[in-house]
Design a protein around this ligand. Structure first.
Ligand SMILES: Cc1cc2nc3c(=O)[nH]c(=O)nc-3n(C[C@H](O)[C@H](O)[C@H](O)COP(=O)(O)OP(=O)(O)OC[C@H]3O[C@@H](n4cnc5c(N)ncnc54)[C@H](O)[C@@H]3O)c2cc1C
Length: 378
């Protein structure tokens, strides 16, 4: 089969790898507009559960990646300067560039060509193919050019966020809340290598306005965030990598393909970073599409099966991410909670974790909450 892939992110790379492993005669080319060593952002995080799918599907790939990941067994919430650890949530993280480099290596070893610094201006520019995979990210031009037939909706959420790195090495995934005169700031921070951490700052729209971020330069913005999180950063500086304020586009498509073209990964739908699942979802899409093509080599039919089979689980995670991002949009209203209550509210934010589940995961947190709220229904 002749397969052309637009975008060498986790979705396109992993799909190429799976297809070539299934049949080495496939002719696969990936075009990528960026240089091999260029990427945005710092590290990405996976929950233990998010890596289970990979282990079940592809033990060799799991072992290949996990050897390069940082792991830790729990997460923490910091509020009013108090740190509440929450057990039962294992995580693993890796630098985005390192993840991509590992995938480039694997894919190229399999004999797949990646054409770096090659912009695909249109689907037609790729020449004739049996299948075209548009894994060209959240700002997919393929999706934009065919939005009407794909039934695309894009909901720009209100919270601005900015993705920094730092040399402060954190011991677990931590959410630090800080109340300032301007409003509430939240930092999502975790180490992704022995020497580096991701430090993502999120605020609500009113706080952003009051802090005057619309008038601050990049340096002033960074200095402001460093001042708010001085305690967490502990003398370390924030590091920018083209870091600018963004808002999250919650993207959904009613139809996932047309003709022989299929969307994959962020191009297909975005998942808010607060549930740490964008990369995992992109790789799971790749697994689902490869399965559909293995079972039904006729492309048109396989693309129908891909959507039918993948839709229920994807919708469930997308809905959970949607509830989670709204929780952060309302975080200012939760600041009256004490640290234990906030940690508990965080755990229950998607509505999918019951009190009973918290009892199993972290009996200490459940007991502390029950002590404060003896009427808690179990
Ligand atoms: C702030 C932030 C934090 C995040 N944190 C996490 C996290 O903690 N955990 C997690 O799992 N995920 C996280 N994500 C999400 C994650 O980065 C994405 O979900 C994931 O990279 C999606 O993979 P993808 O392959 O679909 O797209 P991408 O990784 O975006 O790859 C798309 C590729 O297509 C290329 N491309 C685009 N257009 C063209 C063109 N015309 N021609 C050629 N090439 C093109 C791009 O250069 C890019 O390399 C985060 C995202 C953001 C914004």
């Amino acid at each position: 089969m002749k397969i052309r892939i637009i975008g060498a992110g986790p979705a396109g790379l992993y799909f190429a790898s799976l297809m070539k492993a299934a049949d080495p005669t496939h002719d696969i080319v990936i075009v990528e507009r960026n240089r091999r060593d260029a990427t945005w952002g710092f590290g990405v995080v996976f929950s233990d559960r998010a890596l289970e799918f990979l282990r079940a599907e592809d033990e060799a790939m799991y072992q290949y990646l996990i050897a390069h990941m940082e792991t830790w067994p729990d997460l923490a919430i910091v509020h009013r300067g108090e740190r509440i650890g929450i057990a039962g949530n294992g995580f693993a993280s890796i630098g985005r560039l390192e993840l991509l480099t590992l995938l480039y290596r694997r894919v190229e070893q399999q004999g797949i060509e990646i054409r770096f610094e090659t912009e695909a201006p249109s689907v037609e520019s790729l020449g004739p193919a049996d299948l075209v995979v548009a894994s060209d990210g959240a700002f997919s031009f393929v999706r934009r050019d065919h939005a009407a037939r794909l039934g695309t909706t894009t909901d720009w959420r209100s919270n601005p966020f900015i993705w920094y790195g730092t040399t402060k090495v954190f011991d677990s995934l931590t959410l630090s809340f800080r109340q300032t005169g301007d409003g509430t700031f939240c930092a999502h921070h975790y180490r992704y290598s022995p020497t580096m951490s991701t430090f993502l700052v999120e605020v609500d729209a009113d706080t952003w306005q009051r802090a005057g971020f619309d008038t601050l330069s990049a340096e002033q913005t960074m200095a402001h965030c460093e001042a708010v999180f001085a305690e967490e950063l502990d003398g370390h500086r924030l590091i920018s990598n083209h870091s600018t304020w963004r808002r999250f586009p919650a993207i959904w498509n009613d139809h996932w393909s047309f003709d022989n073209v299929v969307l994959l990964g962020d191009a297909l739908r975005t998942v808010h970073f607060s549930i740490g699942s964008g990369t995992r979802m992109a790789m799971e899409d790749a697994v689902a599409l490869a399965h559909a093509l293995r079972e039904t080599p006729r492309v048109a039919e396989a693309l129908v099966h891909f959507q039918q089979n993948r839709l229920p689980i994807m919708k469930k995670i997308w809905d959970a991410a949607d509830v989670s991002l709204r929780w952060y949009e309302g975080m200012g209203e939760l600041m009256h909670l004490n640290p234990t209550e906030l940690a508990y509210a965080y755990m229950r934010r998607t509505g999918r974790v019951s009190h009973e589940a918290i009892r199993r995961m972290d009996p200490r947190l459940a007991a502390a909450f029950e002590h404060m709220h003896p009427q808690t229904p179990v």
